[in-house]
Structures are given as C-alpha cells and as structure tokens.
Design a binder for this molecule. Structure first.
Ligand code: TXA
Ligand code: MG
Length: 306
C-alpha cells in the first residue's frame, strides 16, 4: 500500500514500521529510539537478534549526538560520501542507542541516505533504523512492488521509485586505528584510497572488523544457482550480453562487461525474476571482471549461489 510523506511520517511517529526508498535499496524503517517499533521490525523481517541495524541520519552533524567526538577522518568521509551509499561503524557513548539496535555491541552503524523523500521524512521523524526491506535471506528490494511481494499488499511503502544504485551501502568499520571493510557495497573499495590513504581490506566473517550480517545467508532466490565457468550443461544462464552461450539455453542477461553500474542497478530484480518465472536451477557465468564495482557484484552472485 503506497503512502505519501505525511502518512509515512505519522505512521513512523506512531511506532509503526514503514518501507522507505533510499539510493541503494528499499529499507524497512522504524524510529531508532522507539523500542517497541524496533522490536516489531525484527519480528516482521524475521531478523536474527544478533544482527544490528544501521541508523539513518538526516545529516552528518547528527553524529555528534552519538559519538564522543567526530574525528577528522570521519569528517572527511562524511564530507566526501554523505549523503550517499556509505555506512560507518563507530564506537558510541553509553546509553545513546537501544541495545536491540546495536545488538548489544559497543559500536553503531550510521549512514546518511541520498534520497530526497527519505531525507524529508527523517527531518520529521528523527533518526530511523532501516535494514533492507526484504525477508531475511531474500535478495534486497529496489521497487515498491518487490517490497509488497515480501511483506504483503497492505504493507505501507513510501514510493520513491526505483533505487538508483541497486546494491546496499558499503560498510566501513573503525578498528582501533584504521577502517576495515565490513561489507562490500555500492562504493568500490578503491574509491576510499584518496580519502583514507589506503584501500580498506575485507575481513572474513568471524574476524575483525566484525560485521555480523556477513554470517548469514543472503541475496538468494529460491532457484538453485551454480557460479561456474562450466556452462556445458546449463539450460538457464545468467550471463553477459555480447558473449556466446550454449544455443538452447534460456538467457537472463546481467548486462554488459563495461557497465557494472548498470549490472548493479538490475541485479536484484533479475534474481527475483527467477522466482517469478518459476526457475528451479540456473547457471551463472563466473567469468566476470575482478575490479571496482564488479567485486561487489561477484560477491553477491557467489552468496546467492552458496
Ligand atoms: O544500503 C543499505 O545499507 C540499506 C539501506 C536500506 O540503507 N540497509 C541495509 O541494512 O543494508 P541491513 O540491516 O540489511 O544491513 C546492515 C548491515 C548488516 O550486515 C549488519 O550486520 C551491519 O550492517 N552492522 C550493523 N551494525 C554493525 C556494527 N555495529 N558492527 C558491524 N556491522 C554492523
Ligand atoms: Mg540486508
């Protein structure tokens, strides 16, 4: 059910959960300081309690309410990437975040989303928590229709059109004296080099910098997916335009090699369309580039097929 900005603000302030648009994917929002609303959100999404939430702020200055001080490096990241698809995980002051939001960690994830409707909304409601608006495990949603598919036609969705990026925010986690990469995302790791002076490295799920979400199954359609270069037995293929594939295979095109932004934009819609079409098994052409945004795309495809 589509709501407008005023209705969405009223629902959220009344403790309800509303799906909201961002530049990355749709989010399932609740007021960050409302314990009952946050509780409801975990139940709705069937989200494990040990997986903390991102607080979405109106602007970077609002960080001052949560952290002892905004360090110069955080200031620089914020100036460069916010509003935008970057999430920063920082140590926070005691008692400023609900323990359900931080999953009991002493750190908290923050981002300033880049979507005019959602920024206006946050200006009215205050900070919102917003995990991706999909049932846990499913691919994230990038259109209101996809949100309604997971949560039902009566679920309130603030319609902000289709998400521009199509992949979740990149997560940087502060680890004593440097940032590590908690999650690959819409910003390629190399893009941090000019700002940080290094390319943040991705850790394994259990290592530091720790990102609990990496422990869970993600982005997966119901179809059984194979990520492989051997397409000899494939009858349904996710591949690149302009390549030659077995003649009788049914094709789902990811896009073209030199436009990873375009591939990202349609990735989750493509994965969701496999289920819509009743596909049981499909093969992903694993011969994909290993640079820039392709690194995120390949990681999502591997997770979808694991
Ligand atoms: O693009 C996005 O970030 C979207 C839109 C809606 O903003 N949101 C999103 O939220 O992807 P979610 O909840 O699906 O993913 C949040 C990720 C999880 O992997 C979680 O484990 C991690 O952020 N995270 C949250 N708090 C953390 C913390 N204190 N330390 C490490 N990782 C944290
Ligand atoms: Mg998610």
């Amino acid at each position: 059910m589509r709501t407008n900005l005023e209705q969405a603000a009223t629902l959220l302030k009344g403790g309800k959960v509303v799906a909201i648009p961002t530049e990355t994917v749709y989010g399932l929002a609740a007021v960050a300081s409302n314990a009952d609303a946050v509780e409801n959100l975990f139940l709705l999404k069937k989200r494990p309690r040990d997986n903390p939430l991102i607080i979405h702020l109106h602007d970077a200055a609002d960080l001052a309410n949560y952290v002892e001080s905004i360090s110069p490096v955080v200031q620089k990241l914020a100036e460069h990437f916010w509003p935008g698809p970057l999430t920063i995980v920082l140590p926070v002051k005691e008692g400023v975040v609900l323990s359900s939001v931080s999953a009991g960690l002493r750190t908290q994830a923050f981002r300033v989303p880049h979507h005019p409707l959602t920024r206006s909304l946050i200006a009215q409601t205050g900070p919102l928590v917003a995990p991706s608006a999909n049932l846990s495990g499913n691919p994230s949603t990038v259109t209101p229709d996809q949100v309604e598919k997971d949560f039902g036609a009566d679920f309130p969705v603030l319609d902000g059109g289709r998400c521009k990026k199509g992949l979740e925010s990149t997560i940087l986690v502060w680890d004593e004296d440097h940032f590590g990469l908690g999650r690959l995302g819409a910003i390629a790791a190399e893009e941090f080099l000019p700002i940080l002076g290094y390319v943040p490295a991705l850790s394994k799920p259990q290592e530091k910098p720790f990102c609990p979400g990496q422990l869970y199954r993600h982005y997966a359609p119901k179809a059984k997916l194979h990520f492989t270069r051997d397409l000899s037995k494939a009858n349904v293929i996710l591949g690149l335009k302009g390549r030659t594939y077995p003649e009788n295979a049914r094709m789902y095109y990811l896009g073209v090699e030199d436009n990873p932004e375009g591939v990202a934009y349609s990735l989750y819609t493509l994965l969701r369309s496999l289920d819509d079409d009743g596909v049981q098994e499909a093969w992903i052409d694993a011969d994909l580039p290993h640079t820039g945004l392709w690194i995120t795309i390949v990681e999502r495809l591997k997770k979808a097929s694991s």
